[in-house]
Design a protein around this ligand. Structure first.
Ligand code: ACM
Ligand code: ZN
Length: 502
């Protein structure tokens, strides 16, 4: 991993050349292929140059591979075996900057590096140092999660979050759309989910809430796709469903009635796996979700589901008996298996929190290890794909320092600790290690009422995590990371990010 240049995440290798390239308004963007997606990327680069450096390029991007000077060239090469989809090379000399890649994602990441390399030069220009960079990610799953249930963030804020991911070459946005305190996605079949479930009365008696229409969702999914970010939606079931039950009490064990709670915690009323109607409801909801989100994975929660209601519910007791389950604990396994079938029938892979790892979970289901890496280890050993996001290193709702921090949920996760994160636990063989897809940072928003606060909690811990997920493993030079972060703050300033300064 090369870290002499101030790039975050650090590239695989970087060699300094001589001289530098001057970025000015007369710089041209050229592309060597007349492909729509490359043209879109050229326009994106043009806009990035404008927003980062306040330089308006005079010429529109052109399809042209001539050897003129003062050009940024986007070169899309034929894909050959041995190249990974997201890799790129960046070569900068006095005459030109060339980004070479084997697909558009690689070009996109080359653009991110190029933007990060530019440093102010005098009053009116920016210089990009002469370099030859070869780069590719260590992991496929480089994610950030955001809880929009405890507090709601509008589509512009979500786009800013996605831009932050893209700047750090992260590629998964795990959108936690439902929880006890609010259901945030329009479902056409059940309008009450958002008419009722998206709103709560806060402690001051004021109505609080909001939701995304299906049109909003499509807009965000497209925005993310144009930044090579896949949105993984989460519909958290069977627990964390108070808001859904306030809207649709029939799918509970007791029949209700319920309100959307305005306090945090784990609630005892959850979906009733004893009733067949519950599965019809789940299937209807998930089929709209699968239509809206084109990604490979659909997240269905599975965390923190109390079984107290199931123990006494006649429907649940009958289910346990008829399905020959040992007890109510096995009901969760039964529930998850049925959900997995619903998703598989729609060509989606199920992913859930590590509590789903019980009672014969199908191998095709992926596991998100949050309580401890040991659950990820166990899942990988038993054939599941795994995303690592243990509380110990990846919960960005925890305190960042021991003193003078705004109120947080608890815990303690300073930047240096994030930088110690290693997604592949010791004790896995090579085949099992390959099942570790990567990792992600989780941002639960109980104590983050506004988006500025989300930024404060996420950044720069996100920067440290991005490096752990992109850059080659093994090196752990936190001092060097901090030095690069000093330069990175200026980029974050240009984007008006409310980061926490270390
Ligand atoms: C979780 O933090 N409940 C997944
Ligand atoms: Zn029940």
């Amino acid at each position: 991993m090369s870290s002499s240049l101030n790039i975050i995440p650090a590239p695989v290798s970087a060699d300094r050349g001589s001289g530098s390239f001057t970025l000015s308004k007369s710089t041209a963007i050229a592309l060597d292929r007349d492909r729509d997606l490359v043209k879109v990327l050229a326009d994106y680069l043009k806009k990035q140059i404008e927003s980062f450096f306040n330089i308006r390029l005079e010429n529109s991007p052109r399809v042209n591979r001539d050897d003129r000077e003062n050009v940024i060239l986007l070169a899309l090469e034929e894909n050959k075996p041995g190249h990974t989809p997201e890799e790129y090379q960046l070569e900068v000399n006095e005459k030109r900057a060339t980004i070479r890649a084997y697909n558009e994602a690689g070009l996109f990441y080359g653009i991110q590096t190029l933007i990060q390399l530019a440093e102010p030069d005098g009053a009116d220009g920016f210089k990009i140092p002469g370099v030859f960079i070869e780069d590719r990610p260590r992991f496929d799953w480089r994610g950030m999660h955001l809880d929009v249930s405890r507090h709601f963030f509008d589509t512009n804020e979500i786009k800013k979050y996605i831009d932050l991911l893209a700047l750090h070459k992260m590629n998964i946005f795990h959108w936690h759309l439902t929880d006890d305190q609010g259901w945030r996605v329009e479902i056409k079949k059940y309008p009450q989910l958002t008419d009722i479930g998206a709103w709560r009365i806060d402690k001051h008696g004021v109505k609080y809430g909001g939701f995304y229409t299906q049109e909003d969702i499509r807009e965000i999914v497209a925005y993310a796709a144009s930044r090579f970010v896949t949105v993984v939606p989460e519909i958290d079931i069977p627990g964390h469903t108070s808001a859904a039950l306030a809207a649709c009490p029939d799918y509970s064990c007791t029949g209700g009635s319920f309100e959307v709670p305005n306090r945090w915690g784990v609630f005892e009323d959850v979906l009733c796996p004893g009733k067949d109607e519950t599965f019809v409801f789940v299937e209807n909801v998930l089929s709209e979700i699968c239509e809206l989100f084109p990604g490979e994975y659909s997240h269905v929660g599975g965390d923190e589901c109390p079984t107290v209601r199931w123990k006494k519910c006649p429907h649940c007791l009958a289910r346990i008996k008829n399905e020959r389950l040992c007890d109510e604990n096995e009901l969760q396994g039964y529930f998850m298996k049925r959900v997995e079938k619903i998703l598989t029938a729609r060509n989606k892979k199920m992913i859930g929190w590590d509590e789903i790892l019980q009672s014969g979970l199908p191998r095709s289901a992926a596991v998100m290890a949050w309580r401890d890496t040991k659950y990820g280890l166990e899942a990988a050993r038993t054939g599941h794909r795994v995303v690592m996001c243990p509380m110990s290193h990846c919960y960005f709702d925890f305190y960042q320092a021991k003193e003078n921090e705004p109120r947080a949920i608890g815990g303690f996760l300073p930047l240096a600790k994030v930088y110690e994160f290693e997604p592949v636990p010791k004790g896995l063989n090579e085949t099992e290690s390959r099942r570790i897809l990567g990792g992600q940072g989780n941002v639960w928003t109980e104590y983050m009422p506004v988006f500025k606060h989300v930024e404060y909690m996420a950044v720069p811990r996100l920067c440290a995590l991005a490096e752990k997920l992109w850059s080659p493993g093994g090196k752990n030079d936190f001092e060097n990371f901090i030095q690069r972060l000093e330069h990175h703050y200026r980029r974050l300033d240009r984007l008006s990010v409310n980061y926490r300064r270390y």
